[in-house]
Design a protein around this ligand. Structure first.
Ligand SMILES: NC(=O)C1=CN([C@@H]2O[C@H](COP(=O)(O)OP(=O)(O)OC[C@H]3O[C@@H](n4cnc5c(N)ncnc54)[C@H](OP(=O)(O)O)[C@@H]3O)[C@@H](O)[C@H]2O)[C@@H](O)CC1
Ligand SMILES: [K+]
Length: 552
């Protein structure tokens, strides 16, 4: 797994490196060299333009320029001011050195000149704004960013694409869309989430010093980006000695006359994700239509109100069913009523692995008046509890309805309030978003995100079903719940990619994701087991994270 550090912690690592004898100047030289080596790896590249800002990010750019000039590239640096006029001592020194070495320097060019220069470049190196950026890019960088994005050239961003917050992944103004980002010391959360997913392209981490790995670990990473081989131990070896019961049984509880489809999708997803036996419990009023859609999955009709939602009498029956299943998923389409609140609290008090999704999360919010973190006894149990809120559901759980989390880091903070209030490793919150974090009391794991095709109605119900199936099949230790949830997210993402190949990226519906789950799991397992063999196929097939090319 790769550590992800908050930007302030990256600065602490930088300071710690200087204490062990690696100066900031030395770090800047290594950072520039790391960026240059990515340019040099590009086949057929010859003409390079470096856009250098006024701080140390610009300094990295000047070092890269001198380095590439030394390797025989045709290099131009575009800068708002003459090297002599740079305020930072180290940046000024490296800029003058690059100028003296013969790198061409263009100061404050008009837009047309810049456009021509960038369009004629094989590679544009974006070293305008780094981790010292805040607010909206000011002139001239706002215009330069437009020019970079319009150039059609290959763009390599130094540390972070200019205009993007490396911490939040948000951009309040224009931002560079890069093909590759060479980031220093460690991954940062903003590179992996929200706008960062569009802006960074592939991500390469440049450690810059041999002490970095240790210092980054000591800096208490805010999250960990999972690699495929992290999942190896969770995948059970294929065996012919299985029957439908050894593959785990799942109970799905949900639905209402208004939303009969959501629990159906969750149940089918659980079956496609390899659960041996799936049962679906719905309000009696919709049971006949639901059963008419389900061939393989038995449907249990439970007491309901006239409005087609579960009645309070259903709670004990649900609890009985759940006791006999390897895992239960509760929530899809069930509305928030006194009946459904009763079901959720009864299941929470039970002794079996439980996945709480959708309206079941809203039931918990109702039950705790939006303060689940004030009622730790509600969540405390021995068996696993995985909660799967999207950002609005998460906000309701912890009283942030008016200011829901807008970034990966704020979503992780909200999720941590829940797991820390409980304090045990049996609770895992899967904070869903453009980047999803699987958060437990010990760790936050970031699965590689799937394609945009996953952003479709019912996709969350499918993920709930996949998580329940994996929970039922694998019977993992509580400590491994975040990893298990992350694996479910990645399989869901694979399925989304396969579905997008079949139906087009905008044509995917949740049912298509369900139908692709089995193939996705096979592909995923193959990739985990034979990463090199699968790599060539993967390159063109799916969005990737920090180790390859993709939209992240
Ligand atoms: N961590 C490490 O170990 C290493 C880090 N290194 C590198 O250092 C970088 C961080 O350097 P940094 O701190 O100098 O900040 P940086 O990103 O260059 O920006 C500062 C400049 O931008 C300006 N500026 C700010 N906002 C703006 C806006 N909205 N619009 C316009 N301008 C704006 C700001 O102006 P000010 O706000 O001060 O007026 C100032 O002039 C880091 O990203 C990495 O590349 C490597 O060299 C070595 C190892
Ligand atoms: K940059």
């Amino acid at each position: 797994m790769q550590p992800v550090l908050n930007v302030e912690d990256v600065r602490r690592v930088e300071a710690a490196l200087t204490e062990v004898g690696v100066s900031v100047s030395e770090l800047m030289h290594r950072a520039g060299a790391a960026a240059a080596s990515e340019v040099a790896r590009m086949e057929g590249a010859d003409t390079v333009t470096v856009l250098a800002g006024l701080g140390n990010n610009g300094g990295d750019g000047w070092v890269a320029a001198e380095n590439l000039h030394g390797k025989g590239f045709d290099v131009t640096v575009v800068t708002p001011v003459e090297p002599d006029d740079l305020r930072g001592d180290i940046a000024r020194v490296v800029a003058k050195s690059a100028q003296d070495s013969g790198v061409k320097v263009v100061v404050g060019p008009p837009r047309e000149t810049l456009d021509v220069l960038l369009m004629g470049s094989d590679v544009v190196v974006d070293a305008m704004l780094g981790t010292g950026f805040h607010g909206e890019p000011r002139a001239p960088f706002d215009i330069w960013i437009d020019s970079v994005n319009a150039s059609g050239s290959h763009v390599i961003a130094v540390d972070v694409p200019s205009g993007l917050s490396a911490q939040t992944g948000l951009a309040s103004g224009k931002y560079v869309v890069a093909d590759l980002t060479v980031t220093m010391l460690s991954l940062k959360p903003g590179l992996l989430s929200d706008r960062g997913r569009d802006a960074c392209g592939a991500i390469v981490v440049a450690p810059l010093a041999e002490q970095t790995e240790r210092l980054v670990r000591e800096a208490d990473p805010v999250a960990w980006r999972a690699d495929l081989d992290d999942y190896v131990d969770l995948l059970e070896p294929p065996s012919n000695a299985v029957d439908k019961f050894t593959r785990g049984s799942v109970l799905v509880v949900g639905g209402s006359s208004r939303f009969p489809g959501a629990p159906m999708m969750a149940a089918m997803a659980a079956a496609r994700a390899g659960a041996g036996y799936v049962t679906l419990a719905v309000p009696a009023q919709i049971a006949p239509i639901v059963q008419s859609q389900m061939l393989e999955i038995p449907v249990v009709a439970l007491p309901c109100e006239a409005d087609g939602t579960f009645s309070l009498k259903a709670a004990d029956l649900v609890a009985e069913l759940a006791e006999k299943r390897s895992a239960t998923l509760v929530g899809p389409g069930m509305r928030v009523t006194s009946g459904t609140v009763g079901i959720v609290s009864t299941l929470l008090a039970g002794k079996r692995p439980l996945v709480v999704d959708a309206d079941a999360l809203n039931c918990i919010s109702r039950l705790t008046s939006n303060r689940v973190d004030d009622f730790p006894e509600l969540l405390r149990r021995d068996a696993p509890l995985i909660m799967t809120p999207h950002r609005m559901e998460l906000a309701r759980l912890v009283g942030l309805q008016d200011t829901p989390p807008t970034s990966l880091t704020s979503a992780m903070e909200a999720a941590r309030r829940i797991v820390w209030s409980d304090g045990g490793s049996e609770v895992c919150v899967v904070a869903k978003g453009s980047a999803t974090a699987c958060v437990s009391v010990d760790v936050a794991i970031l699965p590689k995100p799937g394609p945009a095709a996953l952003a479709t109605a019912g996709s969350g119900d499918v993920l709930g079903g996949v998580i329940a199936a994996l929970l039922a099949r694998t019977g993992v230790e509580n400590e491994d719940l975040p990893l298990l949830a992350a694996m479910a997210c990645e399989m869901h993402g694979y399925a989304g990619t396969i579905a997008a190949e079949r139906y087009g990226s905008r044509g995917v519906m949740a049912r298509d994701i369900i139908d692709a789950l089995g193939l996705a799991e096979d592909a995923f397992e193959e990739e985990v087991a034979f990463p090199d063999a699968a790599k060539s196929g993967r390159e063109g097939r799916r969005d990737e994270g920090a180790d390859g090319k993709g939209d992240e």
